[in-house]
Write a protein that binds this ligand. Structure first.
Ligand SMILES: [Zn+2]
Length: 147
């Protein structure tokens, strides 16, 4: 089986950004051995002048984070982002993870009440489109964690 597949026929639109685990979807990050900072994507190694490229440890971020900020977009995401249908308007959430890193992503499965700073959200996937083989091409996304 293709390691990059998330679940069933879901295939990430871009490789090496997130992966499926038994407990859900997790973003792939890395921690700098010099300053301890986590970064995303994991291959973004030259994040700070003076830090060594050695000792960079690949990690998976916690599945759960907290909504630190958000904005509602009323225009379609620019290429290479591609969706089957118009998804506007859609919220983009900035999520703070326990590892001390913030990552932005589309919010899905939300109600207006869920768009509150500090709200716990979990990492999931969002289907952008289906390819010729019928596989779901997905990106990472965030949804409010069930109470
Ligand atoms: Zn560093």
């Amino acid at each position: 089986m293709d390691k990059q597949k998330i679940a069933g026929d879901k295939v990430p639109a871009l490789p090496d950004l997130f992966q499926g685990e038994a407990g859900g979807v997790r973003l792939r990050s890395a921690r700098c051995g010099t300053c301890g900072t986590c970064f995303f994507p994991e291959y973004h190694e030259q994040h700070r002048p003076g830090c060594s490229r050695e000792g960079v440890e690949k990690i998976l971020l916690n599945r759960i984070g907290k909504l630190a900020s958000y904005t509602v977009q009323h225009y379609m995401p620019p290429p290479p982002f591609r969706t089957e249908k118009d998804i506007t308007p859609y919220p983009i959430g900035m999520v703070e993870f326990p590892e001390g890193i913030q990552v932005v992503g589309i919010m899905v499965d939300y109600k207006e009440d869920d768009l509150v700073l500090g709200r716990e959200v979990e990492t999931t996937t969002f289907t952008l489109y289906r390819d010729d083989k019928g596989q779901e091409i997905v990106t990472w996304a965030f949804r409010p964690k069930a109470h």
